[in-house]
Design a protein around this ligand. Structure first.
Ligand code: AMP
Ligand code: MG
Length: 424
């Protein structure tokens, strides 16, 4: 087992080993945020026919040479075509057809005159402008033609992609399966959220944080409760988690007498691949795998993340390591949080040898972003994480970041780029 990796080494190690899950067919209406497992080609012509882009009159442009407001050309209104209707006869010279948006262009017509550019006179219409051929006509197939590659494999499905699938008549869509995650807590001091906190007990809040972090990336978490600091209980809990794609436990991975996670994992046949990442918060992180790796021909079992117990450490290590792994498993190719440049509003210091993720508020001002730490950076202080929109990346070997210095910030707040004022 390796010890003391850098964050980048640990991320790379984990992402290389996180398997992309199998595809499944799901209803297109439920596919928001999922990743397409196969390319989608059009089997249809969309629009299916030349159709009108306006309410008005279908005409033959040749009839209307020189038409103006002063010298209108009068055409007979021969028939009408509505959206969903069919034009069953050809338009003859000096005829027009009343037409509505989305209705098919009758044979013989080659332009549409907007209603605003006409005056109706009984069963005739006066055309006040000279059209250019194909005016206000949507061409058949201008959106999609049979055989067109419409959506590529690996694409994340948003509302527009779902709309395209629906227009192609695809009620079901192949997407990568969502990772099932088992969330475990362990410690004699822990109680559930509505439990009795007398005698120094604390709520096992990590399970709430981690469940929410899983849901935020579209994974399917299951909470397996709290085990006491006894090897048999820890073992029972991990056994119950073996059916998942990914096991996330917090606490009990250090080297204390009550830290049973590592020995239990080894007993159950988990290969512990590394322990300890040079970061703060969150050094004591263990990563392992059950089952034989697929490169050895076996079936891959769940990935195992033994996160530190301190609430901020658990959440920040989830962000750096579990989140990208879950995204990759679900088929995403963009697995990392965005990183932007920001100006630091204060001086920060630390020792060399660990990268620090400094909880910070971010303020957009005059085209730049100002980053200010949210106060105590103790790994138990969740309040300072709850106030943070981002994490200032204080590099491994650096010891000082000066006030006014440009720093890199990982954005945690998905809505950071949303505006409070209209963006137009
Ligand atoms: P440990 O790794 O067991 O030494 O735990 C480190 C710290 O994290 C201790 O202060 C624990 O009380 C705390 N802790 C452990 N598990 C949780 C949890 N599920 N929720 C909140 N705090 C926890
Ligand atoms: Mg403990």
């Amino acid at each position: 087992m390796r010890e003391g990796l850098t964050v980048a080494e640990a991320q790379e190690w984990i992402l290389e080993r996180a398997p992309r899950l199998d595809p499944e067919m799901i209803p297109t209406g439920d596919a928001l945020g999922r990743v397409l497992a196969e390319p989608v080609h059009s089997a249809r012509l969309i629009p299916p026919a030349d159709s009108s882009a306006m309410d008005g009159y279908a005409v033959r442009a040749a009839d209307l040479k020189g038409a103006t407001t002063r010298a209108p050309v009068e055409l007979a209104i021969a028939f009408e075509v509505a959206a969903g209707g069919v034009a069953d006869r050809e338009l003859q010279a000096l005829e027009s057809a009343r037409i509505f948006t989305g209705a098919p262009i009758p044979p013989g017509a080659d332009a549409v005159i907007r209603q605003e550019d006409t005056e109706s006179v009984g069963d005739h219409v006066r055309i006040l402008i000279e059209p250019v051929e194909r005016d206000h006509i949507r061409n058949a197939g201008e959106d999609l033609r049979p055989g067109d590659l419409v959506l590529e494999q690996g694409m994340r499905l948003g509302s527009a992609q779902i709309g395209v699938l629906a227009s192609l008549g695809r009620s079901m869509v192949p997407v990568y399966r969502r990772p099932r995650v088992a969330i475990l807590s362990g410690g004699d001091e822990l109680v559930e959220v509505d439990g009795d906190v007398s005698g120094g007990r604390i709520v096992a809040s990590n399970s709430y944080t981690l469940l929410a972090q899983c849901r935020a990336v579209g994974a399917e978490p299951t909470y397996l409760g709290i085990s006491r600091d006894r090897p048999d209980q820890v073992e029972r809990q991990f056994r119950a988690a073996l059916a998942s794609d990914c096991i996330v436990s917090s606490a009990g991975v250090s080297v204390g007498d009550h830290d049973h996670v590592r020995p239990v994992l080894e007993k159950l046949g988990c290969t512990l691949e590394f322990w300890g990442v040079k970061m703060k918060p969150g050094f004591p992180l263990a990563f392992g795998r059950f089952g034989s790796p697929s490169d050895a021909g076996g079936l891959p079992g769940p990935l195992v993340f033994g996160l530190p117990g301190n609430p901020v450490s658990a959440s920040v290590t989830f962000e750096q390591f579990v989140r990208p792994a879950l995204l990759k498993m679900a088929g995403h190719s963009r697995c990392h949080r965005p990183v932007i440049r920001a100006t630091l509003t204060e001086r920060l210091t630390k020792k060399a040898g660990r990268i620090h993720f400094v909880r910070a508020t971010l303020e957009r001002r005059d085209g730049e972003v100002l980053a200010t730490s949210t106060g105590s950076q103790s790994s138990g202080v969740m309040r300072s994480l709850s106030l943070a929109q981002g994490l200032v990346i204080f590099p491994l070997e650096a010891t000082v970041l000066e006030q006014g210095e440009e720093v890199r910030v990982q954005i945690l707040d998905d809505h950071f780029f949303s505006g409070t004022e209209s963006g137009i």
